[in-house]
Each structure stands twice: as C-alpha cells, then as structure tokens.
Design a protein around this ligand. Structure first.
Ligand code: FES
Length: 127
C-alpha cells in the first residue's frame, strides 16, 4: 500500500486547510522537503507509524498504544479503518482522524496529513 503524506505544519504555514480539495496538488507544487511531503510503502503487518519510521521519517508519537493521540493523522483519500480501542471521539473518526500507531491503510493509495496533533480538537485530547 502506497501512502502519500504531508505535514500538518505545512498547512498551517501556508494557510491551507484539511478540507481543501487540491491540498496534495498544492503540496506537490510547493517544493517541500522530504520530511514535509512525499510517499512510502506500507508493508504487510506494519502500522502506519512503523512504515513511516522504516522509511526514515520521524513522525510524532508517545505511547504507541492508542492512548495519547500524539500520533494522530487525518485521512484525506483512501481507507484507514478506525481502531477499536482508542481515545478519539466518533466525531473525529467521522472526520477521518486516525492514530498512526495502531492502524494501517487498507487501500492501495492513501493520502494522509500527519502531525494533526496540532489541530485544535486533537490538542484538547493531549492536555
Ligand atoms: Fe499514543 Fe499513537 S502514540 S495514540
């Protein structure tokens, strides 16, 4: 499964939103660094977080067990099943927020924004 990723801080810096339809097109045009935007492959049995780390990326995490939401990502395109045990509200699940430490994409191509712990509603969970 191929994952294209984008750092939430880039959205913040550029004034882009998770709801922008052309978010990843803009990212592709913006000449971003490898850590901000790029893609990797998730191998069978890997969580999204592990796959990112195995690709040399340093994504945020703390508990690695679905309890803290430091590793939260927003799914923009593709399917990443919600975990059964976690700290996210159903509203956040509906918005496509997932925890990268305990879940993994099930579609061949997935677009996700990582580092969404800086989204106000996720930040609340971190307190
Ligand atoms: Fe804590 Fe994923 S690292 S929920």
């Amino acid at each position: 499964h191929r994952v294209e990723y984008l750092d939430y801080e880039v959205l913040d810096d550029h004034g882009w939103s998770l709801d922008d339809d052309d978010l990843f097109e803009r990212a592709a045009d913006a000449d971003l660094s490898e850590s901000d935007h790029g893609e990797f492959v998730v191998e069978p049995g890997e969580s999204l977080l592990e796959a990112a780390e195995n690709s040399g990326l340093a994504w945020p995490f703390a508990c690695r067990g679905g309890a803290c939401s430091n590793c939260a990502v927003a799914v923009i395109d593709g399917e990443v099943p919600p975990p059964t045990s976690h700290v996210l509200s159903s509203e956040m699940i509906d918005r496509g927020i997932r925890l990268s430490c305990i879940t993994t994409p099930v579609t061949a191509d997935t677009k996700i924004v990582y580092n969404v712990k800086h989204l106000p509603e996720v930040e609340e969970l971190l307190l």
